[in-house]
Design a protein around this ligand. Structure first.
Ligand code: ADE
Length: 236
């Protein structure tokens, strides 16, 4: 399926097989189960102009395009039990292979989730008159040490990280408390079917049905993953 944003804008949400102009400076592919989410997100200001000038080519791809079953299933239950679903490897492998031929603190999000109302002022240009911050604003939020072209993507991040912490927003209360950062660690690695994929086997412990053993393995694996990807979290 191919969607168009508006008369002037480039095709954003694409068929995975669509050709991408090869003179762009940067190509961005978003693999998502919600391509429509990005329908207008890149259609304003600097990013719109950069897209029009072919500096960047952004495509949002529907992960389901890379499924081959009748129901276009992209997820499955986690081996070893536990809440929620896991994105299956096959469609993601297929997507990346066909396309590439590769800080917001949770504490702040939790505070926001406990508020009654959030009014987000999205900065643009060089920022916002300082008196707004002085007299009006309770929190100035930076989502990381990088400069965005405006506060809108930061607002998307803040809203996303906040809304998922609202009671009832997730399928079960335990899914949020098991996830990355809530205990100061990244989440443990997850596996789903098939048990073996391209020579890589899911860890045997997950098939034992021994919940204590599985919990021990998950704690250790989360520690190792945090050490590898976010060693700064372990130093704090
Ligand atoms: N506006 C521009 N850059 C930003 C960032 N990193 N976080 C929040 N708002 C921003």
């Amino acid at each position: 399926m191919t969607y168009y944003l508006s008369a002037e804008s480039e095709e954003l949400i694409s068929n995975p097989k669509s050709k991408i102009e090869n003179d762009t400076v940067l190509r961005v592919d978003i693999i998502t189960i919600f391509p429509d989410y990005f329908r207008e997100a890149f259609d304003y200001g600097i990013i719109r102009r950069a897209r029009a000038a072919s500096l960047v080519d952004i495509k949002a791809h529907d992960l389901r395009s890379w499924t081959s079953d009748k129901h276009h299933v992209v997820d499955d239950r986690p081996f070893g039990g536990g809440d929620g679903m896991v994105l299956k490897p096959e469609p993601i492998f297929a997507a990346v292979e066909s396309l590439a031929g590769a800080n917001l603190r949770e504490r702040i999000a939790a505070e926001f989730a406990a508020s009654e109302q959030l009014v987000l002022i999205c900065g643009r240009y060089e920022g916002v008159d300082e008196r707004v911050a002085k007299a009006l604003v309770t929190d100035e939020v930076s989502i990381g040490d990088y400069v965005l072209s405006g506060g809108e993507p930061a607002a998307l991040v803040v809203i996303d990280a906040t809304v998922r912490l609202l009671p009832g927003a997730l399928g079960s209360e335990t899914s949020a408390s098991n996830e990355s950062f809530t205990n100061g660690l990244l989440d443990c690695p997850q596996y789903t079917r098939p048990p073996e994929f391209e020579g890589m086997r899911a860890p045997d412990v997950l098939f034992t049905g021994n919940h204590a053993e599985i919990a021990r393995w998950r704690r250790k694996a989360a520690q190792e993953k945090t050490k590898r990807n976010r060693p700064d979290l372990l130093k704090e």
